[in-house]
Design a protein around this ligand. Structure first.
Ligand SMILES: Cc1cc2nc3c(=O)[nH]c(=O)nc-3n(C[C@H](O)[C@H](O)[C@H](O)COP(=O)(O)OP(=O)(O)OC[C@H]3O[C@@H](n4cnc5c(N)ncnc54)[C@H](O)[C@@H]3O)c2cc1C
Length: 465
């Protein structure tokens, strides 16, 4: 389906900026292009633009926003960039890293002030690897609300979003300039749309089993928790046009998906002093290293299953997330008045659960690191009633993609730029490097929102020139 046509046939319509995909990246690109003075069109394959953005928790990290200042949290762009680069083991492209970290607060403030998205900072717990509390979310802490508000903003800005419009081919000139695209409708009819600049905002390849097996073989049989329409079109088109693909094995996994309910259980349950055990009731890793690498850690346990263990106080914090409330309503969160009742509900010998709870309590009392490397300093003790959720690991989204420069222009392997092609969000390489462990919380929406905004503005400038 991801064809490149080299032809000079006419177009049904020509627009200055065409955008493929109506997730966070595409809608932020559209808002920015419109503000830069052109009328973009977004082409979205679904009947309603949602994407992985709607499935996400909708949390976007940014340092020094108005919301963060109002919450009295000290932070800096340098600290944010250092946190991302540390987690990425130094593999994040410094130019793109600088662009997204410097652009993060202006993008959040822009969405708040100009488009009415009232972000607040999650101030009651820290995400792994972030040296400051800087995750921003809307009231429900859900991506569904984020995409609804972005769509409303696009509609208020009178941006055309063409739905049920799957882009099935790009039309290019021999030098790699994109002349337009082919949109295929559900009834099989096709429209040819010309454009001066094109933004690929159609995410990565998480929904494409063959590409996952090729680039992330360890997760080829894992549950894919992202949007199924993300079939890798951007990387396939880019590759055919001579673009550089980078860090294709990079991805975000998650090791806390309620099973069999299939609902994300916030990592807050771990970071606030909870832990994971396998079906034998034993801890098996340093849970505080991050939820992305947790996918493989959990899938490596018997049956690919683990239990998140926490308490009622922590459940109170996690309840700010709509997903957690859904998990509770769906019966995924067990409560037990004692460690013996917890053991019975998990079918684990009571002496094993008791020993694990006691060893964690002891680690918290003593502080410092355990044998897995987890630092328990300052962690509050768990108190009955205890809570538990049976979880598994999943692939959330891919982080590898098209190499871009600081203006979101797609690059070739020799560093030269494709004439008029931009990429943002999951279509572009992220700032997480080639490993799951390189993913810092929020890297996904960071490059969707910030790079999307940059791509839209730059595509508009190119189209006007
Ligand atoms: C459960 C879950 C929780 C997450 N939580 C967070 C979080 O809290 N914070 C964070 O930073 N990240 C999170 N992520 C990752 C985040 O969702 C993604 O990084 C982000 O949504 C990517 O945005 P996007 O606009 O690039 O892609 P998407 O939102 O997936 O949008 C891409 C759009 O392109 C459309 N499309 C694809 N191909 C075509 C085509 N050929 N023609 C037309 N349209 C096409 C798709 O239908 C889709 O609507 C989470 C992911 C999951 C799965």
């Amino acid at each position: 389906m991801s064809r490149i046509l080299i032809d000079d046939l006419p177009f049904d319509l020509t627009v200055p900026v065409a955008i493929v995909g109506g997730g966070a990246a595409g809608l932020c690109a559209a808002l920015a292009a419109k503000e830069a003075g052109v009328a973009p069109i977004v082409f979205e394959r679904d009947a309603l633009p949602q994407g992985s953005t709607a499935l996400s928790a909708g949390l976007i990290p940014a340092p020094c926003t108005a919301a963060q200042r109002a919450a009295g949290i000290a932070d800096s762009v340098a600290a944010f960039a250092a946190d991302i680069q540390t987690k990425a083991h130094g593999d994040a492209d410094p130019t793109v890293l600088a662009a997204v970290t410097e652009g993060a607060a202006p993008a959040i403030d822009w969405l708040t002030e100009r488009h009415g998205l009232a972000f607040t900072v999650i101030a009651d717990f820290s995400y792994p690897g972030h040296s400051a509390r800087r995750m921003h979310g809307l009231a429900s802490r859900s991506g569904a609300e984020l995409i609804d508000r972005l769509r409303a903003a696009a509609e208020a800005a009178e941006i055309d979003i063409v739905t049920e419009a799957r882009v099935t081919a790009l039309v290019a000139a021999p030098d790699g300039r994109v002349r337009g695209l082919v949109v295929t409708r559900p009834d099989g009819s096709e429209d040819r749309i010309g454009c001066d600049a094109l933004v690929l905002a159609c995410n990565g390849y998480g929904g494409n089993k063959d590409l996952v097996a090729e680039h992330i073989p360890a997760l080829k049989d894992a549950l894919y928790f992202g949007h199924p329409g993300n079939q890798g079109d951007a990387v396939l088109w880019g590759q055919a046009l001579g673009a550089e693909l980078r860090h294709m094995s990079g991805h975000q996994g998650h090791g806390s998906v309620a099973h069999p309910h299939g609902i994300l259980v916030s990592w807050a349950v771990i970071m606030e002093g909870g832990f994971q055990v396998n079906v034998a009731g034993e801890r098996f890793w340093n849970e505080a290293s991050g939820y992305s690498e947790a996918a493989l850690a959990v899938l490596g346990q018997p049956g690919g299953i683990a239990y998140d263990i926490f308490d009622a106080r922590i459940a109170g914090i996690a309840r700010q997330f709509e997903d957690f409330r859904r998990a509770e309503a769906g019966g995924a969160v067990l409560q037990a008045e004692s460690s013996d009742e917890l053991a019975a509900r998990l079918s684990i010998p009571p002496q094993v659960i008791r020993a694990t709870l006691e060893s964690v309590a002891d680690l918290k009392r003593r502080g410092g690191r355990d044998g897995f490397g987890r630092d328990w300093t300052g962690a509050a003790d768990l108190e009955a009633p205890f809570c538990a959720v049976k979880v598994t690991g999943a692939l959330f989204h891919t982080q590898g993609g098209l190499a871009v420069d600081a203006t979101a222009r797609v690059r070739r392997p020799d560093g030269s730029l494709l004439p008029n092609l931009f990429a943002a969000g999951g279509a572009a390489v992220g700032v997480s490097g080639p490993d799951a462990s390189g993913y810092l919380s929020g890297n996904g929406l960071l490059t969707a929102v910030v790079l999307g905004r940059i791509a839209g503005g730059e595509a508009a400038r190119l189209a006007r020139a």
